[in-house]
Each structure stands twice: as C-alpha cells, then as structure tokens.
Design a protein around this ligand. Structure first.
Ligand SMILES: Nc1nc2c(ncn2[C@@H]2O[C@H](COP(=O)(O)OP(=O)(O)OP(=O)(O)O)[C@@H](O)[C@H]2O)c(=O)[nH]1
Ligand SMILES: [Mg+2]
Length: 413
C-alpha cells in the first residue's frame, strides 16, 4: 500500500462539511490502495492561482512529506494542470487530485470492455490539457518563433496528435456500443418490458438490494452481483429479470455517485448511465446509517439532474435500518441484512409500474392471438372459451393492455 499526506483547502464549507469530504477522500484513497498518514489543511477564500496553498502551508506540506517519507500527496480539491505540476516540482513527490484519484479507482475496477473504454477515454481527456500545457511552455521558451522549432516540440505535437487520435478512436467504439445498447433498450420498450434502476451514493447498498430482490424473485436462474464495503465496487451495469406476484420488470444495478464526480467521467460513462436515463422507475438507495446521508442524497439528485434523469419517478429507500437507533416516521426504511421492508418495497415497485388493473372481456379472432404473447407480461387470463371465429377471453391487465385490446372488447364489433 502506498503512503500519502492528504491535503485540502477549505474554500467555503463549515468545519463539519469539510471533515465529511476529507473523510470521504480518505475512503477514496483506501479504494485506491493508498494509506493516509497525516492530513494538512488550510482555510482560504480562494485557491492560490500558482500553488493552491499559501506559501507557508506549502512549506509545511513539504516538511510532512520528508518526515513521513510518503509516496504521494493527495489533494481533496481538484487542481488545474499547471498548479498540480508546480506543486509536484516543489515538493518532489507525485501529486494526485480528486479527479485523478477517482479515475485511478475506475481504472482498477473496470472489468468489461465498455467500462475499460469509458475509463480510458476519461483518463485521456483528463490528460490532454497537460500536453497542451507542455506545448505552450515549450512555445513560450522559444519565444513563439516558428523557425526555432526543435525536435522536442515536434515530439510533443506528435504526442498530442496521438492522444487526440486515440480519444476519437475510443469515442467511435463507445458510440457503437451505445447504439447497440440503445437498440436493445428500444426493443425492450416495444415489448413493454418495464425497467427499474437502482441509483444512489456509492456504498449505499444498491448491489445488496439487488441481491435481496433476486432472493424473492420467482425466476430462480439469476446470478447474484458483487457487494462490497468499498467505494465504487460496481462500475459495470448488471441487468436481471425480476418477477413478483406475476408481474415482471428488469432491474439494473449500476455505478454509484459521489460528490464532485469528474465531468470527464460523466461524459465518458454516458452509455452506462443510459441504464438510469431509460428507466421507468428509479429506486434511490440512501445509507441511513451514514451521518451525512442528507448531503449524499442531495448529491445523488444533483447528479441525476446533470445526466437529465431528474424527470423519472423515484422511490426513496433508507437502507441499513438494522444499524439505526432512531427513526423518522416519514421515511421508508429497509435493511438488506434483516430484510426489513423488502416485501413492502417489492409491492410498491409493482404497484407503481403497473398502476391499476382493468378487468374486461374480449373476443379475439384466432389470427390476432399473437397479441396475448406480446402483452404476456401485463395481463392475466381468468377465463377462456373457444368459438368458431375466435376466443372469448376474460382479462385482468393494466392500462397498456386495456388500450391494446380496446377494439376487441366484446360487443364493440
Ligand atoms: N448493516 C448493513 N450493511 C449493509 C446493508 N446493505 C448493504 N450493506 C453493506 O454496505 C456495503 C456496501 O454495499 P453495496 O451493496 O456493495 O453498495 P453499493 O451501493 O452497490 O456500492 P457501489 O457499487 O460501490 O456504489 C457492503 O459492505 C454491504 O454489506 C444493510 O442493510 N445493513
Ligand atoms: Mg454496487
């Protein structure tokens, strides 16, 4: 495990809020195999445009680096490339900012081709300004004259072009994957299969809830997903078919959110986040045992807004109720350990997805009976009587079924 000093500049948070983000950054370090040895912070109105910290504080940081002989310094704040490389030069060890840290975790965790490509693209987009800066510095050193272009600058130019080429290459591959995901989602829509996506702060218990729902699934062939006490344990979207009380839906478990999620990542993870965008219903999992669950809930809503998924109906569940001493009677509590509230949640999901059942009788010609298969997920047949020119069928179903079979209602033709 690498050792680090955690550095942070408190710009506009109160002490408690600042401690939350520092604590979270420690957990991000942990997920990245970095152990935080000591913390070095400063309160300031703005980041010093050259070295982020004040001069004195930077000296203090340098001394801590020597004292503990650490491998790197992790900044809670996001730093621009020029500032980051200046601090690095000054203190002599690697400097990692928040975006870098999250990108590193994603690189370690990415398993599928899609997650790997997405992470690679985010990393390249994040690195590109560094090359621009090196080019700019080289340009400035030679006084901007074209005649004095040396081999070094040509190398930089080449490096930049290669990165740009790689970005567009990965983007093309991701676009293709996204199109095929979109087509799959369109096909699902055409067959009226409902989809539900688990969303929430990282480590809230989304994967655990998926596994628990799978336990009550009347389809038994489904595989469980990995759950782990670590930030960003899930990066790849898992989809499972769930059936409960004769109604079914697709359940998506996907990447969790965190404060200040790097915009490069949101941009690169578009196709993963489509699972959220295309859902009929979101289950927002909140870790009620976390003292800062309010902030985490707000960050999830902000992120949903950023990815334009804030118009999808949401059921909020307050998870890890087994760890609580006090409860708020207005909130819906669940526990993936004691299984409290799970059956009620499943009922609610079904009632929300399939709001109202209609009972009616139809006369369906034999040539149109394929429609019964098409709407299989949405209806129950309570009686059937075959006649010469078709069947008289009693159906209980939702609004979709009622509309689809409207023209066959008995007596209408
Ligand atoms: N005590 C308790 N622990 C829980 C409960 N639900 C989940 N956990 C634990 O919380 C940790 C995180 O659970 P996950 O299901 O992996 O969380 P996640 O939201 O999928 O996390 P990411 O994939 O990292 O975003 C695991 O150690 C779980 O065992 C619960 O109801 N009670
Ligand atoms: Mg997970």
């Amino acid at each position: 495990m690498n050792k680090a000093i955690l550095a942070g500049i408190n710009l506009n948070k109160n002490e408690q809020e600042f401690n939350i983000v520092l604590e979270e950054t420690k957990q991000l370090c942990n997920a990245c195999n970095i152990e935080v040895i000591e913390v070095c912070t400063q309160k300031s109105k703005s980041l010093n445009s050259k070295i982020a910290f004040g001069k004195g504080k930077l000296e203090e940081l340098k001394e801590l680096v020597y004292k503990h002989n650490v491998d790197c310094v992790v900044f809670y704040n996001n730093l621009n490339v020029a500032v980051l490389s200046r601090i690095q030069k000054e203190i002599g060890v690697q400097v990692i900012d928040r975006t870098n840290l999250i990108l590193d975790i994603f690189s370690i965790r990415a398993k599928t081709k899609e997650a790997k490509l997405q992470t690679q693209m985010a990393r390249l987009q994040y690195d590109l300004p560094k090359i621009y800066l090196q080019e700019f510095d080289a340009d400035r050193e030679r006084g901007g004259s074209d005649q004095s272009r040396g081999a070094g600058e040509t190398k930089l130019e080449l490096a930049r072009r290669n990165v740009e080429k790689e970005i567009s290459n990965i983007k093309r591959q991701l676009d293709l994957l996204r199109i095929s995901n979109k087509e799959r989602s369109k096909r699902r829509n055409q067959t009226f299969i409902k989809s539900v996506s688990l969303v929430g702060y990282t480590n809230a218990g989304k994967s655990s809830l998926m596994n628990l729902i799978l336990k009550y699934n009347s389809r038994s062939e489904d595989k469980f997903v990995e759950e782990k006490d670590m930030l960003f344990s899930t990066l790849d979207t898992s989809i499972r078919n769930v059936s409960y009380n004769n109604k079914s839906f697709l359940l998506f478990d996907t990447v969790g959110f965190v404060s200040d999620l790097p915009h490069e990542l949101i941009e690169a993870f578009k196709s993963t986040l489509d699972a959220v965008n295309d859902a009929d219903l979101l289950i927002h999992v909140i870790d009620a045992s976390d003292p800062y669950y309010d902030e985490q809930r707000d960050i999830t809503y902000e992120t949903l807004k950023t990815i334009k998924a804030d118009n999808i109906p949401v059921i909020e569940v307050y998870n890890k109720a087994d760890l609580l001493e006090y409860r708020d009677e207005h909130l819906r509590y669940i526990s993936c350990v004691s299984e409290e509230g799970i059956l009620e949640l499943l009922e609610l999901i079904i009632n929300t997805l399939y709001p109202k059942d209609y009972s009616f009788k139809i006369k369906l010609p034999y040539k149109d009976q394929y429609l019964l298969d098409k709407y299989n997920n949405h209806l129950q047949i309570t009686s059937i009587e075959n006649k010469e020119d078709g069947s008289i069928i009693s159906i209980v179903g939702d609004k979709i079924v009622y509309d689809a079979f409207f023209n066959y209602k008995e007596g209408l033709f």
